[in-house]
Design a protein around this ligand. Structure first.
Ligand code: FE2
Length: 125
């Protein structure tokens, strides 16, 4: 999936199709976010996936060491992309940085998360 950010106002957008024209915000081209490229603690940002009790159910925590969830620094959402489906789980400060998703067994999927200070992170399964 493609996620873009405006470095002026902070708006984040998810592109739903593959059109290549630039997305303009605040008079400038929005920047595509590249996962796992920020210099930050990987153990607090890379989504940590465990199998749920039922087949096809997964639990995601950000990260293997729990990420802070304060007003100033928090995980804003966790998303699961598989096949033709993307599911977003939005989070608020004070909540635990966790999400549950249902996935098709045997089909690869990617989990993304977005930290307001440290950007986009993902893990492929
Ligand atoms: Fe962070």
């Amino acid at each position: 999936m493609k996620i873009f950010k405006c470095n002026l106002c902070g708006k984040i957008m998810y592109q739903l199709n593959d059109v290549k024209t630039p997305t303009i915000c605040c008079g400038e081209e929005m920047v595509e976010l590249k996962a796992n490229t920020t210099d930050a603690a990987t153990e607090k940002h890379v989504p940590f996936v465990t199998e749920g009790e039922k087949a096809g159910h997964i639990m995601v925590q950000v990260g293997e060491v729990e990420h802070p969830m304060t007003e100033e620094h928090s995980i804003q959402w966790i998303a699961c992309e598989q096949d033709n489906r993307v599911t977003f789980n939005y989070l608020k400060p004070g909540e635990k940085p966790v999400a549950k998703f249902k996935v098709k067994e045997g089909v690869p999927y990617t989990i993304y998360e977005y930290c307001n200070l440290h950007g986009l992170w993902k893990v492929e399964k």
